[in-house]
Ligand binder design. Sequence first.
Ligand SMILES: C[S@@+](CC[C@H](N)C(=O)[O-])C[C@H]1O[C@@H](n2cnc3c(N)ncnc32)[C@H](O)[C@@H]1O
Length: 224
Amino acid sequence: MYTPPADLVPLRTADGSFTLRSEALGEQYHSVHGAVQESRHVFLAMGLDLVKKDPVDLLEVGLGTGLNALLTWIAAEGRGGAVRYTALEPYPLSREALSRMDHPAACGDPAKGGVVLDMLTAAEGAWQRMSPHFSFRRRATSMLALEDVAAYDLVYFDAFGPNTQPELWTEEVFRRLHRAMRPGALLVTYCAKGDVRRAMQAAGLAVERLPGPPGKREMLRARK
Ligand SMILES: C[S@@+](CC[C@H](N)C(=O)[O-])C[C@H]1O[C@@H](n2cnc3c(N)ncnc32)[C@H](O)[C@@H]1O
């Protein structure tokens, strides 16, 4: 049974950007090889960049520090189409914890500092229109209770790893995601474990192994 960690400390990763680490959990929110670098590779280059829709309805599993959301907002401004970003997060970080990493500066957009913190800590459930190209909502819904049907074009699957939260990497979870995805929708994740790939396939997804971000040989992308 997962208990959110109470001992989070900022940790500088290899590309200079910060993540949060918990000794109790034995995990951090991002790759120590480079948080921004990993997010850009796994979720943007291998995911968002391939979806040629306007708008894109995007589901993130695990909002965490909001790094993927911020990078996606910045990317949305450059792509000329809209992204509607829904992030699941039953254990939201406090404003104080979020502000200890300064993701906006690491992402090259320091001016977004305060407005990103407001966005990430706003009331659960409500849509926030951040710009003509980017809308955001956080839902407190657990992945284990997701009931959406044919609602998303792209899924960022960014749960803690299978050793920390095995309950989130099961065939049952990927069946829920398959149901939530539209035909042709993509799911990307940093994880490349064989058991995870087989659970995705058993749930009806077509899965490919792709080169991973620096420090990781492979990642997975699945298509409905
Ligand atoms: C690896 S971190 C996500 C990092 C994040 N995407 C970012 O850009 O900072 C995993 C997140 O999943 C969240 N989580 C834990 N259990 C969950 C559940 N049942 N459903 C959805 N999210 C969950 C954790 O609280 C944590 O914030």
